[in-house]
Design a protein around this ligand. Sequence first.
Ligand SMILES: Cc1ncc(COP(=O)(O)O)c(C=O)c1O
Length: 326
Amino acid sequence: MSDNNIKPSNRATQVESFKVMDVLRRANQLEAEGRTIYHCEVGQPESGAPKTVAQAAVTALTGDANQSRLGYTDAFGLVELREKIAEHYKEKYSLPADKEVGADRIVVTTGSSGGFLLAFTACFDAGDVIAVASSGYPCYRNIGGALGLELANVPINEEFKLTANELRKEVDERKASGKKRIRGVILSSPSNPTGAMLSVTELKDMCELCEKKASGFSLTRSTTVSVMTKKRQLPCHLVDPINTLQQNMFINAPTISQTAAIQCWEPETIAELETHVAKYRKSREFILKQLDSISEIKSIAPADGGFYVYIDLGEELVCRERDWEV
Ligand SMILES: Cc1ncc(COP(=O)(O)O)c(C=O)c1O
């Protein structure tokens, strides 16, 4: 059979590339050719894993039979890790007994990207409309597109946020023009790329709007994707579908990562991570101060919750062509 007979699916050819990764690929090529590259493209921590976590990964890989952990775990992840995550939620958010999230509602996924794939597949059917922020993490759109979801692009407000006000406007406009109703909304706080965070009141307003029948969708199907090794808090009725999807799509999140993540709550780990946060805080303050002195910059997102900064350069400074291609 010739290679030409293997045609890519429409969904594969229609999905947009993740531009950050295009830039990274080109930067890596140039680096391999001997050019000096300062990587500003991918938003990722520059500090490595805390020592305790790294050591646990080494032990899981090279330890003796009692210590090494290389096989599969439950599809939902190691019970010990999920119990620690449940405990973390309880303590960090001072949850009352009736609001506690049990370990049985936590699934450890392969990155939050794996979490989105599971959550979108479990919550929506092809043809469903999901609302996304006009300036948001691009893969929400692209994963949604690959799954056959339709997108409602909701413009963010002056504070770089998607709040209930913007969503309500979109819902009303769609209703008035007879468009399909929105089935779900994808929110991230802090947002990437803007770094803006929703306040407690803004989150409550959003939940209230989503719970109203008239808005056409309901947050009763909400899931939380949190970034750590990534953990998700599942509504009870999604537990079985997500279990089945995870079994089939990923089997389980990497066992070594899960084993290492158990160390995340050790006092030594927390102390080390706090030094990383302090360092990022200092860098962010420095960058924001420097940017403030550049007159061409029209406005800067608040960067409340990120270690990245989102800037409005205005039309005239935007490079529309692939000028970065050397
Ligand atoms: C909002 C958001 N979601 C998801 C991801 C991807 O995360 P992961 O590496 O956990 O898949 C990123 C990465 O930058 C992100 O900013």
